[in-house]
Design a protein around this ligand. Structure first.
Ligand code: NDP
Ligand code: 8X3
Length: 252
C-alpha cells in the first residue's frame, strides 16, 4: 500500500519540491494550487518520472466552498492520507504599518490563516477515521520573532505557530502528529510574489549570502514525515547558516 501525502501550494517553491521528493520515494501525491497549468504539468512529470499516482486538485484555499468541494469527498482510494502539508501561503508587501494595503492584509490573513484552517478542517476527519496521521504546517522564522515592516505577515505566521500547538494538543487523542517547520529566507517565488513581480527587489533579498533552497525544506519535511510512529518533531526552526533570526542576516 503506497503512502499518501497531500500538499497545498505545490505549483512552486517548497510545495513543488516536497511533491518531487515524496514522489521520488514512491509516495502517492495529492497536489493543490490555483495555477491549473502548472498543477497539471507537475502531475504529468511526477507520474512519468516516478510512476506514482498523482491527484491534482485545483482550488483556492481562501474559498471554503472550493476547499470542501475538493477535499471533503475524496475518492475512496485517496482518503487514506498519511501526511497533510499545509504549505500554501504568501507575503504581500513590506511596508510600514501606515503605508500597507488593506487588500494585502486580507489576502495574507485569508490564505495563511483561514486557508490553513479550512484545509485542515476538511482533512482531519480522514486522519481521525484511521486513528493516525501527520499534519505538517509551514510556519516561518517570521512566526518566531518579528522584523520591521513584516507586521501582518509576521502575525499570520505567529498564528500558524499557535495553531500548530493547539492542534497538537487537541489531536493527541487520535494519535495524529503535528509538526511546525519554520524556515528562514529561501529563494523560491516567495519574494517575487511579495514584491508583486519586481524581480530586482526580489533578487536583492538573496544577495550576498546563500539562502535556503526549496530542496532543503523538502528533505527536512521528508525526514520529519518518516520518523518512527512513536517519534514526532514538534517544532523546527531552520535558517541558512548566514541567518541568525528574522532580522539579522550576515551579507558578507
Ligand atoms: P512560492 O510563492 O514559491 O509558493 C507558494 C505556493 O502557495 C504556490 O504553490 C501557490 O500556488 C500557493 N498559494 C498561494 N496562495 C494560494 C491560495 N490562495 N490558494 C492555493 N494556493 C495558494 O513560495 P514558498 O514556496 O516560499 O512558500 C511556501 C510557504 O512557505 C508559504 O506558506 C510561505 O509563507 C512559507 N515560507 C517561505 C519562506 C521563504 O523565504 N521562501 C520562508 C518561510 C516560510 P498558486 O499561486 O498556484 O495558487
Ligand atoms: C519568509 C521568511 O524572513 O522573509 O517567511 O519573512 S521572511
Amino acid at each position: 500500500m503506497q503512502k499518501i501525502i497531500l500538499i497545498t501550494g505545490a505549483t512552486s517553491g517548497f510545495g513543488k519540491a516536497i511533491a518531487e521528493k515524496f514522489a521520488a520515494e514512491a509516495w502517492s501525491c495529492i497536489i493543490t494550487g490555483r495555477r491549473k497549468d502548472r498543477l497539471d504539468q507537475l502531475a504529468q512529470e511526477l507520474k512519468q518520472k516516478f510512476s506514482v499516482q498523482v491527484l491534482p486538485l485545483n482550488f483556492d484555499v481562501r474559498k471554503n466552498e472550493e476547499v470542501t468541494a475538493n477535499l471533503s469527498s475524496l475518492p475512496a482510494a485517496w482518503q487514506n492520507i498519511d501526511v497533510l502539508v499545509n504549505n500554501a501561503g504568501l507575503a504581500l508587501g513590506r511596508n510600514n504599518f501606515n503605508d500597507c494595503d488593506l487588500d494585502d492584509w486580507d489576502t495574507m490573513i485569508d490564505t495563511n490563516v483561514k486557508g490553513l484552517l479550512y484545509v485542515t478542517k476538511a482533512v482531519v476527519p480522514y486522519l481521525i477515521n484511521r486513528n493516525q496521521g501527520h499534519i505538517i504546517n509551514m510556519g516561518s522564522i517570521a512566526g518566531k520573532d518579528v522584523y520591521p515592516m513584516g507586521n501582518v505577515y509576521n502575525a499570520t505566521k505567529h498564528a500558524v505557530n499557535s495553531l500548530s500547538q493547539s492542534l497538537r494538543m487537541e489531536l493527541l487523542q487520535h494519535r495524529i502528529k503535528v509538526t511546525a517547520i519554520h524556515p528562514g529566507a529561501a529563494d523560491t517565488e516567495f519574494s517575487n510574489v511579495r514584491f508583486k513581480g519586481d524581480q530586482l527587489k526580489s533578487d536583492e533579498v538573496y544577495e550576498g549570502y546563500e539562502p535556503l533552497h526549496a530542496k532543503d525544506i523538502a528533505d527536512i519535511t521528508y525526514y520529519c514525515a518518516t520518523l518512527p510512529a512513536h517519534v514526532c518533531i514538534n517544532d523546527l526552526v531552520v535558517t541558512c547558516t548566514a541567518q541568525a533570526n528574522s532580522f539579522l542576516t550576515f551579507k558578507g
